[in-house]
Design a protein around this ligand. Structure first.
Ligand SMILES: [Ca+2]
Ligand SMILES: [Ca+2]
Ligand SMILES: [Ca+2]
Ligand SMILES: [Ca+2]
Length: 196
């Protein structure tokens, strides 16, 4: 399933949760599900109405149909397969956290920076900040320590070079805070590393 489709499924599922009378309609091969007040029964109390679970092929009496540790609701909202246990150990967004770990953290398995604060979910977990709150993130205490681990090292240089090349990085790589990530930032972090 593509990213857009996953987001569409997630949005429809969220709307269904918020508005039980919301009528889902889709064209083509997608199922058309009409949710009414009477049809909003949720036998297993997982936030997914029975009719939604039946349409998704999950067990309306089990919060985790495939038994992989990730609830049906999370798997459906995030576009994972609630009927395939093997996706628990995958790392869809290659951020170092498995999909099951992301489920436990309530982060997005297809987005390395779930709260959009510039810090990857995995780095936030390492540094002890919240990967689901953009207001909470690591704070580098010295110039050039872009990953906020307390030292300026080769990892910091690599992050900044990647950023200058336009590659998505796990940490904000704009060292001086101006003009995006450019060669000046690379020089600044190299200087900081040489200064120790
Ligand atoms: Ca349910
Ligand atoms: Ca599951
Ligand atoms: Ca991941
Ligand atoms: Ca955060």
């Amino acid at each position: 399933m593509g990213k857009t489709m996953r987001k569409t499924v997630a949005l429809i599922a969220a709307l269904t949760l918020c508005f039980p009378a919301f009528a889902l309609s889709a064209t083509g091969s997608s199922a058309v599900v009409q949710i009414t007040g009477q049809q909003s029964q949720d036998s297993d109390g997982d936030g997914l109405a029975d009719v939604v679970e039946i349409a998704a092929g999950t067990n309306p009496n089990s919060v985790d149909t495939d038994g992989n540790g990730m609830d049906d609701a999370y798997e459906i909202y995030t576009g994972l397969n609630p009927n395939d246990p093997s996706d628990a150990n995958q790392d869809l967004d290659h951020d170092g956290l498995t999909n099951a770990q992301e489920a436990a953290l309530n982060t997005l398995p297809y987005e390395m920076d779930s709260d959009g604060d510039g810090w990857s979910d995995a780095i936030e977990v390492e540094r002890g900040t919240s990967p689901t709150s953009a207001d909470d993130h690591p704070q580098p205490t010295k110039l050039g320590d872009v990953d906020a681990d307390g030292t300026v090292s080769a990892a910091d240089i690599q992050y900044v070079i990647n950023g200058a090349l336009g590659v998505e990085t796990a940490v904000p790589a704009n060292v001086n805070g101006v003009n995006g990530v450019d060669s000046i930032d690379v020089q600044l972090v190299i200087n900081a590393a040489l200064a120790g």
